[in-house]
Ligand binder design. Structure first.
Ligand SMILES: *Cc1c(COP(=O)(O)O)cnc(C)c1O
Length: 419
């Protein structure tokens, strides 16, 4: 029997893949389980397991409270700078590891609208799209209520995202802040970040980029593209582990202008003077609030080392090849069963995942999970296939989509039987 041509292609791609050797540096990546959710929770780096053990016994267990002075107080800016170098092309001193993405979004967005209102009381609008990530929308809703501001909604196609024309039509002299996701969590639409940033700036607005679904998978040039503010997750493509703290980027010339609302001792001038009033420290540290989650920021450091070594350009090239292969398999295996593509077909407009639509996908996902094929499901009817370039193989993509076809056939057959 001749080999299925798509499977033969997958094996050829794996043999030619210059990043293939990274797979064994992730715990469990070499077993039969198909993991399509590295965009929600990346696999653990093997080196992080050893690092955590060493940290527990040597750093925490041995150095005890001395660890803060010896290393830990610097870790949020050291790892932040490493994200700046390896992931978002930001020069040192502008990126810091802090709280969850949600809390950092709140701190930066509140600081931004307050600075804008102080400059011009007419800037009372925040622009955001209807399909931005829920937490972003909820945080902005809260800030608007606190400050008496208005949210201007851009209504987007859920298979796409915010286009330059849509943003240009939404901003004006009333805009304080624009909040956009670089890669849309549902469709994987890759926003034109330099262009949207320019449009926001031309209107006198600040822009806050949510990089959760791009950090570690899509190139970002925070400095060159003129970003004001950005936040991003570290437990997705940066493999920081469940609940690992997020990063914040604040362009250096904005740092002294912005005053963040959660005034805590980790962001003050002389933290251990324990002074009578809050005095924000100069620089990116002022965006910190309370005691840094040191344990939770260690694993990501191991992924950052791999990203520095591999280079984000090679990672993006593999990401495009993986998503393109998934779409090709979809056309062969799933489209004949009525599945449609709910992500951009053009790789230049697509991030690191692919969403496939069919009204049976909720049931299909449940069946796939039972068979150790792990995509995720997003309403309405979206099967989301996240392809983490350092830990996913082409053969894995083939195995997963083949299983998807089988499960979908079963569900369709059962529905027909019931009908
Ligand atoms: C995953 C994700 C978040 C998550 O925020 P948390 O505070 O970490 O829960 C926020 N925004 C986007 C776009 C995401 O994809």
């Amino acid at each position: 029997m001749t080999l299925d041509p798509q499977l033969a292609y997958a094996r050829r791609m794996d043999r030619a893949d210059g990043l293939a050797h990274y797979r064994k540096r992730f715990h469990g990546a070499d077993d039969d389980l198909v993991y399509f959710d590295g965009n929600s929770l990346g696999r653990p780096p093997v080196a992080a397991i050893e690092r955590m053990q060493r940290f527990m016994t040597h750093d925490w267990g041995g150095r005890l409270i001395r660890g803060w002075d010896e290393a830990w107080l610097q870790l949020p800016v050291e790892i932040g700078d490493r994200i700046g170098r390896a992931v978002i092309e930001a020069k040192a001193g502008q990126t810091v590891i802090g709280d969850s993405t949600t809390v950092l979004l709140y701190k930066l967005a509140r600081a931004a609208v307050d600075a804008q209102l102080a400059r011009d009381p007419e800037r009372r609008e925040i622009v955001v799209d209807t399909d931005n990530f829920p937490t972003d929308r909820y945080v902005l809703e809260g800030i608007a209520a606190e400050r008496g501001l208005h949210l201007r909604w851009i209504h987007v196609d859920t298979s796409l995202g915010v286009t330059p024309a849509q943003l240009a039509a939404a901003v004006g002299p009333q805009t304080a802040l624009v909040v956009v996701s670089h890669v849309a969590y549902r469709s994987a639409y890759l926003a034109d970040a330099p262009e949207l940033t320019r449009i926001a700036h031309d209107a006198g607005a600040l822009i806050l980029w949510d990089l959760c679904h791009s950090a570690g998978s899509v190139p970002v040039k925070a400095d060159a593209w003129g970003f004001d503010l950005a936040v991003g997750c570290t437990y997705k493509y940066l493999n920081g582990g469940p609940g690992s703290p997020a990063f914040a980027y604040v362009r250096d010339d904005l740092q002294s202008i912005l005053r963040q609302p959660i005034q805590g001792w980790f962001g003050t001038t002389d933290q251990f003077d324990m002074g009578p009033g809050y005095e924000p420290v100069r620089g990116i540290r002022r965006f910190l609030s309370g005691t840094s989650p040191i344990l939770a920021m260690l694993p990501m450091d191991e992924t950052l080392a791999m990203i520095e070594e591999a280079g984000i350009a090679a990672i993006r090239a593999k990401s495009v090849a993986l998503t393109s292969f998934a779409i090709e398999l979809h056309e062969h295996l799933l489209a004949p069963l009525g599945v449609t593509l709910a992500s951009p077909a053009d790789p230049a407009e697509r991030g690191g995942h692919v969403t496939l639509h069919h009204d049976a996908m909720r049931e299909v996902t449940a069946r796939l999970w039972q068979r150790d094929v792990i995509p995720d499901y997003r309403d309405p009817g979206g099967l989301r296939i996240g392809l983490s370039p350092l830990s996913t193989s082409f053969e894995e993509v083939h195995r997963g989509l083949d299983a998807t076809r089988e499960c979908l056939r079963e569900v369709i057959a059962e529905r027909a039987g019931l009908g």
